[in-house]
Write a protein that binds this ligand. Structure first.
Ligand SMILES: Cc1ncc(COP(=O)(O)O)c(C=O)c1O
Length: 327
């Protein structure tokens, strides 16, 4: 058992590890069902939030403040968890034009249902979000509230423990031996935790991320910074070099949260043949990327693949119209 910082249980754990052979994939292809960490609280963010909310509680916070895109799974999970714990939440949501608010659908519907305070932020303002965080926190303090800041995606040194714990969980579910763990990289917290977990437990696992925004260099830096900070802050006894970070670039497609018909068709194929629902923004793109890479080079990831299904189901509902052309 590894040692962990304080944790507030929020997720339904352990999540199942299901073997699902797919044409063109190794016989041993597994899905780690982190889409089943809960219902409204589903997905990968809940694992990180367990540690972040424990710190918020310890600091006596009554309001959590976080940020993300207008359909952010992370913001939704934060707002739902806050409501469940009797805390308030304020979300800074990036949108094209704050004067033309997005429709209340998908994750945004849930944000509003659980009473999150929403501030729409333009793309330009979002790039200076640290300043906006500070302004909003000052405003909350002037109202007598005690804010706790959660960085984008909950991807911090503390949040990384969510996926360190997931590695420990998978190590009890999977027979010993080499494996390639595949995940979608959005803000780097999941990847950081997976890398650290495999190192701490000395597992012969290769950790491979498919980036769904930005590029490889961005994620090597983002993940590298989180891993370095976690090693420093928590005194983790592992050696780490940034050139060990494996990111496969080339599947961002039309851009973050924008879908191509071939990605949506790939998601629909999997849904039809297995009943498994990926999301269009993260897991759908990573799985499409994995399928393309395997078509090009079948042995690329060895004999055993574990695809981490990091959730995101509510993102499907914001894409209903786009899906119509591929169904
Ligand atoms: C469903 C889903 N999968 C994957 C990711 C990426 O995880 P991370 O932000 O930890 O890189 C996110 C969030 O960004 C997500 O919501």
């Amino acid at each position: 058992m590894l040692a962990y910082p304080d944790r507030l249980p929020l997720a339904q754990l352990p999540t199942p590890l299901e073997r699902l052979p797919r044409p063109g994939f190794p016989l041993e292809t597994w899905f780690k069902r982190d889409d089943l960490t809960g219902a409204a609280l589903s997905g990968n963010k809940v694992r990180k939030l367990e540690f972040l909310f424990a710190e918020a509680r310890a600091q006596g916070a009554d309001t959590v403040v976080t940020c993300g895109g207008e359909q952010s799974n992370h913001c939704r999970a934060t707002a739902v968890a806050a409501a469940g714990l009797g805390l308030r939440s304020l979300l800074l949501l990036r949108t094209d034009d704050p004067n033309r608010p997005p429709r209340t659908e998908g994750n945004l519907l849930l944000d509003r249902l659980v009473g999150a305070e929403i501030r729409l932020v333009s793309r330009a303002d979002y790039s200076r979000r640290q300043e906006i965080f500070s302004e909003v926190e000052a405003e909350l303090r002037s109202r007598g509230q005690k804010p706790y800041r959660i960085v984008e995606g909950g991807s911090s040194a503390l949040g990384a423990f969510g996926y360190i714990r997931c590695v420990e969980e998978m190590a009890t579910q999977l027979a010993p031996g080499p494996a390639t763990i595949v995940y979608a990289a959005g803000s780097g917290g999941t990847g950081s935790g997976l890398i650290l977990g495999a190192k701490l437990l000395k597992l012969p696992w290769r950790i491979v991320g498919f980036n769904v925004c930005d590029d490889r260099a961005y994620f090597v830096r983002a993940i590298g910074e989180i891993v370095d900070e976690a090693i420093d802050r928590f005194g983790l006894a592992v050696s780490f070099f940034r050139d060990e970070i494996e990111i496969i670039d080339g599947y961002v497609g039309l851009g973050y949260a924008k879908s191509r018909p071939e990605e949506l068709s790939c998601l629909a194929d999997l849904a039809r043949s297995t009943g498994l629902l990926l999301d269009p923004v993260y897991t759908g793109k990573a799985f499409y990327g994995l399928r393309q890479e395997l078509a090009r080079e079948p042995g690329k990831f060895g004999d055993r693949i574990v695809f981490i299904h990091t959730g995101g189901i509510f993102g499907l509902f914001a894409k209903a119209t786009e899906f119509e052309s591929v169904l």
